[in-house]
Design a protein around this ligand. Structure first.
Ligand code: ATP
Length: 277
């Protein structure tokens, strides 16, 4: 994978001094993140650390209370709805549960964004869709419905759909969750191939520490409302930061508590009038 980040790689995405609360709780504070252009960046961190929240800031679905969100030269958090919609056309998003439309064939699922956002003639759309399905190895499944394909294949069709508009930026939220080892290997390879073939900037949220070294040029770990570490997979593996070690070594106990904050268990169990919580 000799495609390591060069210090000169300009950032494609910059989140600067972000503050954001959700449901009255601070999620990100003094949060900074840089994603180098044209590379695969893995965003990791404990459950609930705010990884998906960061993704939603990048797509402009969430606006920070303070700070700036930049994609190239565009300040995303200040765009008006129409301009934001235009900007989003250059972003392909693949959610973990990014379900396909079950009443549409694979072909029509991939064609959907092209039909919605462009005025391309059907003959051209057909060629684009077949090429995208070819990229994910499922051109032969164009006329099948999602229910006729495995979960891993559905994920690949969703990837073809996310790539339909030739995005400059691909965001993947936990693309490996629930995949068998073969589908996982295929997905990893696809993400890299798409990145290299199209020069796309890719951001992959993952819990799968083991796979990151095979996938990513650059990694960030989010914990404690901040980016606590960033660098190549090898640099992170050498880190002595306790949170980084806890996360990379998969230790349940450490600076990040396993338990969500709660009153003492005994107190709660013995209280006959206590609430369910
Ligand atoms: N709409 C919301 N209202 C209130 N709290 C929210 C909302 N969305 C997310 N949160 C909280 O924000 C925190 C960060 O959530 P987020 O989904 O970004 O975490 P994550 O790192 O992606 O977690 P996981 O790895 O488990 O998917 C969590 O504590 C979550 O409960």
């Amino acid at each position: 994978m000799g495609n390591r980040v060069q210090p000169s790689s300009p950032p494609a995405i910059r989140l600067v001094d972000i503050r954001l609360s959700l449901g009255g709780r601070p999620i990100l504070e003094d949060f900074n993140l840089e994603v180098p252009a044209g590379r695969v960046t893995a965003v990791m961190g404990p459950s609930g650390a705010g990884k998906t929240t960061v993704m939603r800031l990048i797509t402009g679905q969430l606006k920070p209370e303070a700070g700036e969100v930049w994609i190239d030269d565009t300040r995303i958090d200040q765009l008006k709805p129409r301009a934001l919609n235009r900007a989003r056309r250059h972003i392909g998003v693949l959610l973990q549960n990014g379900a396909l439309f079950t009443d549409l064939t694979c072909f029509d699922n991939v064609a959907l964004p092209l039909r919605e956002h462009t005025r391309l003639p059907e003959s051209l759309i057909r060629r684009i869709v077949l090429l995208k399905l070819q990229t994910v190895g499922l051109r032969g499944a164009a006329d099948l419905y999602p229910r006729e394909l495995s979960g891993g294949m559905n994920r690949r069709v969703a990837m073809a759909r996310a790539m339909a508009m030739d995005p400059d930026l691909m965001l993947y939220d936990e693309p490996f969750a629930g995949l068998d080892p073969i589908s996982l290997g295929v997905s990893l390879r696809l993400i890299r191939e798409v990145n290299q073939a199209l020069g796309t900037t890719s951001v992959v949220i993952t819990h799968d520490v083991g796979e990151v070294a095979k996938l990513a040029d650059h990694c960030c770990i989010i914990a404690d409302r901040k980016t606590i570490a960033a660098g190549s997979p090898a640099e992170l593996a050498d880190s002595q930061h306790p949170l980084v070690r806890q996360f990379l070594d998969g230790q349940p106990d450490g600076p990040v508590p396993f338990h969500h904050p709660a009153p003492p268990l005994a107190e709660q169990l013995l209280d006959p009038h206590g609430s369910q919580q």
